[in-house]
Design a protein around this ligand. Structure first.
Ligand code: GLN
Length: 487
């Protein structure tokens, strides 16, 4: 049951071989046994999950079914869920019981999915290792010495350790794809604007995008069908015809052209990651794909540009927590540290404070032109590189992360090293492109490697088709950490 696909679970529920209440209890039991060690969940509320499962069972009994009715889904703690503690991994929200549902949560509720718990994450989604969470780090189920990645490390760990068959996540610079890669699961960040951000606590609004995590591409397609769609409550939500993201899963790959950026394969990648990625591409060639070398000349600017723009947007968002709201004025502080001391901002962890500092600096008088405006211009160039590249290829591939999961504590004292975890992922956020990571084997220390697939705008169905075809001839996505007890 713990290893079943969403389709298999739906069939069991529909044939009444198991009820949603029973299924929910199976996962809750597994969570109770593993979560104390792995720390993937911040909040588990058995009563609320089981109440939802009862509603789902009634829906099934009355024939009101949808492919996700009765299926447990772990929700990243960045999504507001009515009646649930919603912390965003921060002490600042450690007593916030949300009075409303994010659109995503509402959509899952409407089809009768079960919220199985709120997953751990880096504080306000700022991080690549889950070590910035106020609730302590998450451990990688493949090797508990290793980080699960971040910021959606709790969601990735929950799926990898089979504590949930699927999870939600968000991605501002790589937070769906990098933890998916490090935990050996599949994850997709859709085109910017496809998934509503209403009720999703903001990090950097022009980059943030919600998306699903699951074992397989087929599961991701079913989840995207629920998560995407226009929402009048999010001003950046796109008005488009609904699509069935599973429609092309079974198509043969045919004339697929895979672009391989020469900048990615030149340097920086660990040897074990390179060989796993090359083997995955060789597998796709066997399925009929051809490869073409492309260039993304400005890609090396993605990290510096991201670390101007994301903190700038974050510092504006987080100002809702600062003293201004409580009647302070800028002149009441001698400097930013003084402000932290005098306001509630002292409740932020070190990484969030660092981001507010950078953000305030690049937006301040005299530095705005030199940093923020320049970064905006470079963002445009980074996006144009992709437009050029997609004239030569259908999708772009490479590694998701330059190396396998690093050890807990290994990078937490070195922000720059931590930031470089997203060297291959952040460009897709700057350009607003859809991008995904799928398991592609194992590298150093037998830790998982992810294959990164970037598609053109709105090509999610094509990307899922490619991933699904790959998953028909490989079994990386069905492997589970060996040490897990079977339930
Ligand atoms: N690791 C990046 C950061 O720390 C991206 C995080 C994310 O995508 N939310 O900002």
């Amino acid at each position: 049951m713990l290893n079943a696909s969403l389709k298999q679970l739906a069939a069991q529920l529909l044939e009444k071989k198991i009820s949603s209440v029973e299924l929910t209890e199976v996962f809750l039991k597994h969570i109770r046994s593993l979560n104390p060690e792995l720390n993937a969940f911040i909040t588990i509320n058995e009563e609320m999950s089981l109440a939802q499962a009862q509603v789902a069972d009634k829906m099934i009994a009355s024939g009101q079914t949808h492919p996700l009715t009765g299926i447990p889904v772990a929700q990243k703690d960045i999504f507001c869920a009515k009646g649930w503690l919603t912390t965003c991994g921060s002490k600042m929200l450690s007593n916030f019981i949300s009075p409303y549902d994010a659109t995503i949560i509402e959509r899952f509720n409407q089809v009768g999915a079960v919220n199985i718990g709120k997953t751990n994450m880096d504080e306000f989604a700022m991080g690549s290792s889950n070590e910035t969470s106020y609730y302590g780090p998450v451990k990688n189920p493949w090797d508990t010495l290793a980080v699960p990645g971040g910021s959606s490390g709790g969601s990735a760990c929950a799926v990898a350790a089979r504590m949930a068959p699927a999870a939600t996540a968000t991605d501002t610079g790589g937070s769906i794809r990098q933890p998916a890669a490090l935990c050996g699961i599949s994850g997709i960040k859709p085109t910017y604007g496809l998934v509503s951000r209403y009720g999703m606590i903001a990090f950097a609004s022009s980059l943030d995008q919600g998306g699903p995590m699951a074992k397989s591409a087929e599961d991701l397609a079913l989840l995207l069908n629920v998560m995407t769609g226009f929402d009048a409550r999010d001003s950046t939500s796109l008005q488009r015809e609904p699509e069935d993201y599973a429609r092309d899963l079974d198509k043969p790959l045919g004339q697929l052209r895979i672009g391989l950026p020469k900048e990615y394969f030149a340097k920086g990648m660990s040897a074990s990651v390179a060989s796993a990625v090359e083997a995955a591409i060789a597998e796709l060639r066997k399925l009929g794909a051809t490869t073409v070398e492309i260039s993304l000349p400005n890609t090396q600017l993605s990290i510096p540009v991201y670390y101007v723009l994301a903190p700038a947007e974050a510092s504006s968002n987080l100002s809702r927590f600062d003293g201004v709201r409580y009647g302070y004025r800028a002149s009441d502080y001698t400097d930013l540290e003084d402000m932290y001391k005098k306001t509630r901002a002292q409740g932020f962890g070190a990484e969030v404070k660092r981001r507010i500092l950078i953000g305030t600096y690049v937006l301040s008088h005299g530095y705005y032109d030199a940093y923020y405006l320049q970064a905006q211009k470079l963002r445009r160039l980074i996006a144009s590189d992709f437009t050029e590249a997609f004239k030569q290829c259908d999708v772009i591939m490479g590694p998701t992360s330059p190396a396998v999961a690093f050890n807990l504590g290994e990078k937490s004292g070195d922000p720059l090293q931590m930031y470089l975890s997203d060297i291959y992922t952040s460009a897709a956020n700057l350009a607003g492109l859809p991008a995904m990571s799928i398991p592609a084997g194992f590298g150093d220390k037998n830790r998982p490697v992810g294959l990164h697939i970037v598609g053109n705008y709105f090509r999610e169905a094509q990307m899922l088709n490619i991933a699904h075809q790959y998953q028909q001839v490989t079994d990386w996505h069905v492997r589970a950490p060996a040490r897990l007890p079977e339930a």
